[in-house]
Design a protein around this ligand. Structure first.
Ligand SMILES: Nc1ncnc2c1ncn2[C@@H]1O[C@H](COP(=O)(O)OP(=O)(O)OP(=O)(O)O)[C@@H](O)[C@H]1O
Length: 300
């Protein structure tokens, strides 16, 4: 079962084009959404929310086509992202009262417990909150109406590690208690190592990877060794290759295949999500060298 499905979606914004023929986000799991600046993460999330109009294709959210701006779908979605749209001069309590009227499943007890957990003062005006407190409040608003789908667009950017962890713990706790799907865009890939179930990677408007996190972390292999070993036919197995003055480093999809190719002559390690993203951000056939970064590009 899928909470969100994309079918032949295209969206042009200036020179940028998002092109997603197929994307399915699994229901009941946390999917991390990663990609470089400008890759199209916010655009994708805004399309799911129907905040942007599609040029082509269709998106189904919780079994319904989002076109037509169905209010009932928005009842089922919690969103944290920019802009929040909260009135700056208004106290948190009054913002909550407005939102609580909209959501038929508003849970006042849950709201109060989160406010207490984050130590937020409901009498305080929104504009007087710190960056972190604003994010905490947005998260509370997103969770307190028992949404079935939670869309998070960099909800923890600019937060200290303690608050980030608290937010992650709350999300994981929430997932244990509710049948909820979380789609979580972030540059803090270590958060996804802790909490994510699936990883979707977008590059220049196209989805390049959609995989189970544990498969990525346990099956993929980073291989390091002398440059001479990373040449010729072997290159077609690489998802990415980097070179520096000490040698070469390649990402391979399967650690068994990596061992068959290189044997004992190289060092193997498990890649992090950040390393996978860095390797995938460059074309398979190209080597990332200091020279390449300065302009040229060298074929493997
Ligand atoms: N209104 C707009 N008009 C023209 N181009 C736009 C508009 N909105 C976004 N873009 C472009 O679309 C591309 C994708 O932007 P988007 O905000 O989706 O990226 P992102 O992956 O969320 O990036 P970041 O990680 O930096 O937040 C960028 O190149 C951006 O400049």
């Amino acid at each position: 079962m899928y909470a969100v499905t994309f079918n032949n979606v295209r969206k042009r914004l200036g020179d940028f084009e998002l092109n997603i023929p197929k994307l399915a986000i699994r229901q009941g799991y946390m999917t991390g959404f990663i990609g470089e600046n400008g890759a199209g993460k916010t655009t994708t999330i805004k399309l799911i929310l129907d905040m942007l109009q599609l040029d082509e294709g269709s998106i189904e959210v919780l079994g319904k086509n989002i076109k037509g701006g169905s209010v009932s779908i928005h009842q089922e979605i919690g969103y944290v992202g920019e802009p929040t749209g909260y009135p700056e001069e208004t106290p948190l309590e009054a913002i909550k009262d407005m939102l609580a009227l909209f959501y038929k499943n508003w849970d006042e007890v849950l709201y109060k417990s989160y406010m207490q957990f984050f130590n937020l003062n409901s009498k305080q005006k929104y504009k007087d909150l710190s960056t972190g407190q604003k994010k905490q409040f947005a998260m509370i608003m997103a969770l307190s109406h028992h949404p079935k789908l939670i869309l998070l667009d960099e909800p923890t950017s600019g937060l200290d590690p303690v608050v980030r962890n608290e937010i992650l713990d709350i999300l994981m706790d929430h997932m244990q208690n509710e049948e909820v799907t979380i789609f979580y865009s972030t540059h803090i890939t270590s958060d996804l190592e802790k909490a994510g179930d699936y990883i979707v990677y977008i590059n220049d408007g196209q989805i390049k990877l959609n995989s189970e996190k544990d498969t990525l972390l346990n099956e993929y292999s980073l291989v390091k060794g002398p440059k001479a070993l990373f040449k010729g036919d072997i290159c077609k197995e690489f998802l990415g290759l980097r070179e520096n003055s000490f040698g070469s480093e390649a990402l391979l999809k399967n650690k068994k295949v990596a061992y068959e190719l290189f044997g004992e002559e190289v060092k193997y390690s498990k890649p992090t999500i950040e390393e996978i993203m860095i390797f995938l951000s460059h074309n398979n056939s190209k080597v990332v060298t200091e020279k390449a970064l300065r302009g040229g590009n060298k074929q493997c």
